[in-house]
Design a protein around this ligand. Structure first.
Ligand SMILES: Cc1ncc(COP(=O)(O)O)c(C=O)c1O
Length: 376
């Protein structure tokens, strides 16, 4: 595999126009191919941005997001010098991972897993990838004993986990992660991407632990769980010596002023977001039971704001058919070596949009199924 960029969702901008000609269509498309929050940012975030918009847009922000560092340190109980801010976690992945070990020769990832890591490690760093395979018969759960043994055998320079994992929605419990951390060789770096951890419970996060353990980093996106995907903000937590070394590579003003203000306000309103996570769990369970009425697909259990679905026919065929109705879901082929055009990932949306997703998906599976039986 060697390409300029990893494969991503976000195809709904085909309908809106990447030149934003048809932003008015934003409410007509369902962008369930990306995992953005279905809910709005906290009202406190929105009113701050609205009230000060001209100032926020024309003004240079604090160069290294000092106020946001303080807000995170306070909210999470993490020392100030253990936090590094970036313009979304993608920014930090590309800036920091290549600088952890030189050269990075062996990197272990989960299979399936969020595709950006594989792309970076394979296409850009040319390191060897060791895949820890997760099995559909086990709902893609991580078996801690098997993983610990695998790490001991392969002794990678870097192990990357996404927890809860995408596209599977499976959560690897904190107590098991701690067991893994205690068992891995001192020479192995471990990076845990906790983009969706709030859905498993804030107390499941290992971000505070990362400020105390050598060779361990936790990456936190504020995109999906704080509904800030468009504004771009994320952070990295590690011991102060690591954060100091990595911070040299972060340019000044990497995070826009609206993003810094929005993130600070969001962290002040955890009660609002906790209520949205509870709603998301109900919406996801409703969507799961509706999808499970369709014998043409298998819907896997999830703890997050998205679901993994296995189809009997071509996933790409289904994606393309649904796209005609402006409903966008994600073909997972690039996220798993053994997915073979059969797996789809669907973001949980509001109740009305979920109903439209179910309706278009059922039509698409019926049509692709009928097409297959004619050609058989
Ligand atoms: C697991 C995971 N990590 C990181 C990212 C990047 O998020 P952002 O750059 O918006 O913080 C995503 C985005 O979908 C993701 O799913």
């Amino acid at each position: 595999m060697n390409s300029t960029h990893a494969f991503h969702g976000g195809k709904s901008f085909e309908a809106i126009g990447e030149d934003f000609q048809h932003l008015d269509r934003a409410t007509q498309v369902i962008n369930a191919d990306v995992l953005d929050a279905w809910f709005d940012p906290s009202p406190c975030v929105l009113s701050k941005i609205r009230d000060y918009l001209p100032f926020l847009v024309r003004t240079s922000p604090p160069a290294y997001s000092g106020g946001l560092v303080t807000a995170i340190a306070h909210a999470r109980g993490i020392p100030l010098d253990s936090i590094l801010i970036g313009g979304g976690s993608s920014d930090l992945i590309f800036t920091c991972l290549p600088r952890l070990a030189s050269p990075l020769q062996k990197v272990m990832i989960l299979d399936p897993m969020y595709g950006e890591y594989r792309h970076l490690i394979d296409a850009l760093l040319s390191a060897n990838i060791i895949r820890f395979e997760l099995h559909k018969e086990e709902d893609f759960r991580i078996d801690a004993d098997r993983l610990i043994e695998f790490v001991r055998t392969h002794r990678p320079d870097l192990l990357v986990l996404v927890n809860p994992n995408s596209p599977t929605g499976q959560h690897f419990p904190r107590r098991e992660v701690l067991r893994l951390l205690d068992s891995i060789p001192a020479s192995t770096w471990i990076v845990i991407d906790e983009t969706y951890i709030e859905y498993a419970g804030r107390e499941e996060s290992l971000e505070a632990d990362a400020s105390k353990r050598q060779n361990f980093l936790v990456l936190k996106s504020m995109s999906k769980t704080y509904a800030l995907s468009g504004i771009r903000v994320g952070y990295l937590v590690g011991v102060s010596s690591t954060i100091r070394a990595l911070s040299k590579w972060i340019p000044p003003w990497a995070v826009s002023l609206p993003a810094q203000v929005a993130a600070v306000e969001a962290l002040r309103d955890e009660a609002y977001y906790d209520a949205r996570y509870r709603e998301t769990h109900s919406l996801r369970e409703e969507l799961t039971s509706q999808l499970r009425r369709n014998p043409e697909i298998t819907t896997y259990p999830s703890t997050t704001n998205f679901l993994l679905v296995e189809a009997r026919t071509s996933a790409q065929g289904i994606v393309e058919m649904m796209r005609e109705s402006k409903v966008f879901i994600r073909n997972c082929e690039s996220m798993g070596e053994r997915f073979a055009d059969r797996f789809l990932r669907i973001a949980v949306k509001c109740r009305t949009d979920n109903a439209r997703i179910v309706e278009t998906l059922f039509k698409a599976t019926a049509m692709t199924g009928a097409r297959n039986s004619v050609s058989a």
